[in-house]
Design a protein around this ligand. Sequence first.
Ligand code: HEC
Ligand code: HEC
Length: 366
Amino acid sequence: MKILRVIVSLLVFLGGLAALKAPHVAHLRPYSLVYPSSFGSRFTIPENNPLTEEGVALGRMLFYEPLLSKTNTVSCSSCHQQSLAFSDNRRLSIGVSGKPTRRNSMSLANLLWVKNLFWDGRVSGLEAQAAFPLTHPHEMGQSLEISAKKLSKTRLYPPLFKEVFGGATITGDQITQALSQFERTLISANSPYDRYLEGKYQLSATEKRGLELFMRGPAPERGVRGANCAHCHGGVKLFQEVFHNNGLDSIAVQDKGRQEITGEASDNGRFRVPTLRNIALTAPYMHDGRFATLEEVLDHYNERMFHPSNLSHELRTATNVEGGKTLGLTSAEKKDIIAFLHLLTDSTFITNPAFANPHPKNKPIR
Ligand code: HEC
Ligand code: HEC
C-alpha cells in the first residue's frame, strides 16, 4: 500500500491581507508561512495580530528572554527546547519556584492548526495561552505588567516594540502577541515520513510494517493485523483535535483532565490527542510523563491499559486475536511501530536557525 500525496509549498498571503486591516503594521513586511498544502488552511490568525517579519523576530527574542521571569533565569525555552522539538526531557518541568509543574511539557510544533491549547484544551488561542506560563508561580512567576516594565528599562527592546506595535510604551498584550507570532511559524513538515509521502523516501521493511500497523484497525476474522493508532493520531499532521481517555488509569483522581474544564463525569481522564510528530525526541510521554520510552507506550496500548467506563471505544474493542481482550501485537510488531514513529523525526525543524536562540552568547546587549 503506497500513499501518494503531493506536498506543495504554499505561500499564505493571509498575513498580508490581515496587514491591510491592521494599519499599525502597514510599514512592516508580511511574513509568509510555508507549509505543505496537505496540512490545509483550517486555521485563523487574529486580525489584530498579523504575522510580520519584524513581529516574528521580536517574538523569537522574547521566547528566549529570561527577563520575562521573576528570577531572570527562566524563559519559554527552558521547558521548550528546540533540540527536543520544543519540549523538555523531564517528567514534570521546573520553573522559577523549583517546584515541578503539574504536567509534562508539550512540544510546540504545528500549533498554527491547534485551537484548544494545553493537555486539557482549556485555553483557546496562543495569545491567551502565553499569559499562563508567564504568570504561573511554578513557571515564570511574573505579572505581565512587571515584564513589560523590565523590558522597557533595556536598551534593546523599546525600539523593537515601537517598530512592531507602534505606541509609546511596551504592554503585556504586545508581549503575548509577539510570542504568538513566533510560535505560529514553528512548522514541522520535513520528516522522512513526509519525504515518503512525496515519493522521495523508501521505507525499510520494518518501517513499512510499522506504518501499516499504525494506520490499520485489526480484523482478526479477516486476517488483518493492525494497531489502529491513526484513528486518533492520524492525518498528515499526526493528530486530530479531539479528547480521549486512553486507559492510563481506572479512575483519574489527581488530574481529571478534560473533566476539570467541562465538569462532566464522562470526561474523566480525557486529554487532548497530542501530535506524534517528533515523538522520538519528546520523552517522557503522556500528560504526566509517566512513560520513559516508546517501548513503555507500546506495552501500555498493547497489554497494560485500564478499562474505565469511558475508555475510547476503539481502544476497548481493538484486538488482533479473535475474542481477545487486549490488542495482542507481537513484540516484533511493537518494534515495527516504534520504527515507524522514528520516521516522524524532523531534523530540519530542530536545527532550523530561524527558530534558535537569537541572543548572542556571553554578550548581554541589554
Ligand atoms: C516551567 C516550564 C515551562 C515554561 C517556562 C513554559 N512552559 Fe509552556 N508548557 C509547559 C507545560 C508543563 C505545559 C503543559 C501544561 C498543561 O497542559 O497544563 C506547557 C504547554 C504549553 C503550550 C501548549 C501546547 C499545546 O499543544 O497545547 C504552549 C503553546 C506553551 N506551553 C508555550 C509556552 C510559552 C510561549 C512560554 C513562555 C512564555 C512557555 N510555554 C513557558 C511548561 C512550560
Ligand atoms: C482513542 C484515541 C487514541 C488511540 C487509538 C491511540 N492513542 Fe495515543 N494518545 C491518545 C491520547 C488522548 C493521548 C494523551 C493521553 C494523556 O496524556 O493522558 C495519547 C498519547 C500518546 C503518546 C504520548 C504523546 C506525548 O506527547 O507524550 C504516544 C507516544 C501515543 N499516544 C502513541 C500511540 C500509539 C503508538 C497508538 C497505537 C498503538 C495510539 N497512541 C493509539 C489517544 C489515542
